[in-house]
Design a protein around this ligand. Structure first.
Ligand SMILES: C[S@@+](CC[C@H](N)C(=O)[O-])C[C@H]1O[C@@H](n2cnc3c(N)ncnc32)[C@H](O)[C@@H]1O
Ligand SMILES: [Zn+2]
Length: 270
């Protein structure tokens, strides 16, 4: 069971060799790397991360710089998961955290079904290679291709929040885990580029329809060891496309940098 529903008629999708099919003969091709594209043409105007952002994030995360965050996630999440649970990572990107969670649960003997959805094909092509056991679909978090009350655990890490849709797919009592950057995340990196760097705006922790049950703020410093790593971390953020090429060039002059990595991790119950 792939657990996805047809984005056209809402019927369950059944896996075939090369595609997913519903009873009404809507079919969706599976890419060579293994993900399936469930994005309808009218939704495909929304943009996800492009190849440069995906490659930068993959190379950066693979060096382990955000391992402290993965560790913090793995300290909080497993106690909420039991065998047979359906986990959905909404905006999973290259599946660095999704794959880390899969591995940890497997090591703990917990057999959960883990699905990931992202609007970027490039991200999922990379994610499918990272962990072949994940079930991945191109789709929007604003129209998730899973049924009502189908999900035990929903993850949203640095990805767009879609309150009504998250409430629709979560089972009553289901868990929602949210990760986002705190005020001074990457502040020293931003100080290299901007004359007047600003702190990140942090949204309220309260979410309609959810009860906040646990929260953790993870604050560390990392030492970026090369110009490539510095450029990668900058290119994987939304700042990249909002910054002038003259400002981005300021990064060329540095080969190492210490910067803050600061995250909020919140656990909610529906
Ligand atoms: C900052 S990345 C985070 C990726 C991953 N969760 C991680 O922490 O490594 C944000 C992700 O959200 C995806 N995204 C943006 N808008 C989306 C949408 N409407 N639906 C699904 N994914 C979206 C992007 O393609 C990108 O992969
Ligand atoms: Zn259908």
């Amino acid at each position: 069971m792939n657990g996805f529903i047809c984005p056209v008629c809402g019927d369950n999708l059944i896996s075939d060799d090369k595609c997913l099919l519903c009873n009404n003969r809507h079919s969706f091709d599976r890419a060579k790397s293994g993900y399936v594209n469930l994005l309808l043409s009218q939704q495909s105007k929304q943009h996800g991360d492009d190849k440069l952002m995906v490659r930068s994030r993959r190379d950066f995360l693979d060096k382990g710089y955000y391992r402290p965050l993965l560790n913090a996630i793995l300290e909080l999440l497993p106690k909420y998961v039991k065998s047979g649970d359906c986990i959905l990572d909404a905006g999973c990107g290259e599946c660095y955290y999704t794959a880390g969670i899969y591995k940890r649960l497997k090591d703990d003997g917990i057999t959960a079904k883990i699905r990931g959805v992202d609007i970027s094909k490039d991200a999922l092509a990379s994610g499918a290679k990272r962990c072949t056991e994940l079930v991945l679909a191109v789709a929007s978090v604003y129209s998730l291709p899973v049924g009502n009350d189908s999900t035990d655990i929903l993850l949203s890490f640095f990805a767009p929040y879609s309150g009504n849709e998250f409430l629709r797919v979560l089972k009553p009592g289901g868990i929602f885990m949210r990760v986002f950057p705190l005020q001074r995340h990457l502040f020293s990196l931003k100080s290299v580029v901007y004359e007047k760097p600003y702190e990140n705006k942090v949204e309220s922790y309260e979410l309609e329809g959810f009860e906040l049950i646990e929260s953790k703020e993870s604050r560390n410093k990392i030492h970026l060891e090369s110009n490539e790593d510095i450029r990668n971390v900058f290119s994987m953020t939304p700042y990249y496309y909002k910054t002038s090429s003259d400002d981005i060039k300021k990064l060329d002059t540095i080969n190492e940098l210490e910067t803050e990595i600061e995250f909020g991790i919140l656990m909610y119950r529906k």
